[in-house]
Ligand binder design. Structure first.
Ligand code: RIB
Length: 301
């Protein structure tokens, strides 16, 4: 069983479904409101756990009642939460999400997620070094991410860096991670003014650009390839990228090739977006196996 640690955000999503987003100064009537478990880190951890990995989470929550629920949800998904710290001075992370015609717009409020320090990451090096892969995204402080890259590189544990939401990272850290998985907007921020084809060729088998309903671009060492997304009618695309990252990590850690792992990630994401909520639709491995798109040769357990 692949062993994966996710370092990242754990948040509550406040979801508004609407036919119209308001302009400044305007009030519109929405269709529905709900809360759901979210945070890019937690979503990726849940994806990896549902798909069969042994998952541990590193992050920070508050001491509010949201934190109890957030931790309970991770534990219920079989995720080890012993390295999730509770801090008093900040509320647990949250996000306000508006969904219109299946697509989302998000305001993220880091709260306690921003309390993760480089020092704490350094202290956790013994736990980090036993992993097949470590995943991190941008909803925690950049200093913690750069220290994570440093300590994992020191103990030769590969890192999948999902640069979401868009933000820069030191050139040194970018060189050291095993995988970088921006979407097209995040790519522009990480590599401003550069052509996608050129940067893909510069980082063969490392840079995976997720392009929504098109699929995923990468360079296989010889040429740029597009691994097409599965065509489905989305109900809610929130967390599609997170599901892709968690699923890709499980497949690659289990020994599948990069291209097979991308196809596995694409299938998981296509199933996830058919339900409302970032985590609700994330499939289990059994649900993946029931899909006609599941490839027998993947042989995941
Ligand atoms: O990627 C989706 C996630 O980003 C949501 O669950 C929300 O928490 C936001 O931060």
């Amino acid at each position: 069983m692949a062993k994966i640690t996710v370092v990242g955000s754990i948040s509550t999503d406040f979801i508004i479904q609407t036919d119209k987003r308001p302009q400044v100064g305007e009030t519109v009537e929405g269709k529905d409101f709900s809360t759901a478990f979210g945070g890019k880190g937690a979503n990726q951890a849940v994806a990896a756990a549902r798909l069969g990995a042994e998952v541990s989470m590193i992050g920070t929550v508050g001491k509010d009642t949201f934190a109890d629920e957030l931790l309970g949800n991770l534990k219920a998904s079989g995720i080890f939460t012993g390295n999730v710290e509770r801090v008093t001075e900040l509320p647990s992370g949250s996000a306000v999400i508006t969904i219109k015609e299946g697509d989302n717009a998000i305001i993220y409020i880091p709260g306690a997620n921003n309390a993760l320090t480089a020092e704490r990451i350094g202290q956790l090096q013994p736990d980090l070094k036993t992993n097949d892969l470590v995943i991190v995204q941008n909803e925690v402080p950049v200093a913690a991410i750069e220290e994570l890259v440093r300590v994992c590189t020191e103990v030769e544990v590969p890192i999948l860096y999902n640069p979401a939401p868009a933000r820069g990272l030191s050139a040194e850290a970018i060189e050291q991670v095993r995988f970088i998985t921006p979407n097209e907007t995040e790519f522009e921020v990480l590599f401003p003014g550069e052509k996608m084809e050129d940067v893909l060729a510069q980082y063969p088998n490392k840079l995976l650009i997720t392009a929504g309903s098109q699929g995923v671009y990468y360079h296989d060492g010889t040429q740029v390839k597009l691994v097409p997304a599965n065509k489905v009618e989305p109900v809610d695309t929130t967390g599609a990228g997170d599901t892709f990252n968690g699923a890709f990590a499980v497949a690659w850690s289990a020994g599948l090739s990069i291209e097979e792992s991308i196809r596995f990630g694409n299938l998981a994401a296509s199933l996830a977006i058919q339900k409302m909520g970032a985590q609700t639709g994330i499939p289990t491995l059994e649900e993946m196996k029931r899909s006609e798109k599941y490839e027998k040769t993947w042989n995941l357990k």
